[in-house]
Design a protein around this ligand. Structure first.
Ligand SMILES: CC(C)(COP(=O)(O)OP(=O)(O)OC[C@H]1O[C@@H](n2cnc3c(N)ncnc32)[C@H](O)[C@@H]1OP(=O)(O)O)[C@@H](O)C(=O)NCCC(=O)NCCS
Length: 147
């Protein structure tokens, strides 16, 4: 599949990253207040990422490095009209590869409750179910990419 993950760098990348996140994670959920200038997106150690498919931006994630072992994946989104076609799986595989490249060996996510099944399919486990966004985790080892 002609897909690749890129670090958000250019003005065009930032515009696409914010547009996808705002549409999928705020507007489509009836939420307001999306902040394109949120400082966390520019923090050293936080990696804003775009999934490109057929040359177009189709998905986002941010990988926040917590320490030398652990990263937290945040704000995972695939464009609404393109969901359930395998792009989320592709995005997360590539985020895992990117995280391994940083030397990380575990990823966490505070999953949207209706996305828990998605992460389970990709080999993540729920470690704290007693919260609105269940805490899920996945160990990364060489070659351990969910099918
Ligand atoms: C969750 C999301 C990223 C998944 O991406 P996607 O492209 O739709 O997922 P895929 O098509 O790659 O699905 C991979 C597998 O997970 C399953 N799946 C996808 N979304 C699911 C969900 N919400 N619940 C349960 N299973 C799900 C698919 O059926 C597929 O399983 P299969 O291989 O057995 O057929 C995407 O639907 C999305 O952006 N949703 C809205 C925002 C959101 O909830 N983000 C997560 C925030 S933590």
């Amino acid at each position: 599949m002609p897909s690749h993950l890129k670090r958000v760098e250019s003005d065009g990348d930032w515009a696409a990253y914010h547009a996808i996140r705002k549409r999928v994670l705020w507007d489509d959920r009836g939420l307001g207040g999306y902040d394109e200038r949120h400082p966390d997106d520019r923090l050293a150690g936080n990696h804003p990422l775009l999934l490109m498919h057929d040359g177009a931006p189709v998905g986002t994630a941010r990988l926040d490095v917590v320490d030398q072992h652990l990263g937290i994946v945040r704000l995972v989104a695939i464009e609404a009209g393109l969901q359930r076609h395998g792009l989320g799986r592709t995005l997360m595989r590539q985020v895992e590869t990117y995280a391994r490249g940083l030397g990380l060996d575990r990823l966490d996510v505070n999953a949207a409750s209706d996305a828990e099944g998605f992460y389970q399919k990709l080999g993540w486990s729920t470690v704290r179910a007693d919260r609105e966004n269940p805490l899920m985790t996945k160990a990364l080892s060489d070659g351990d990419i969910a099918s």
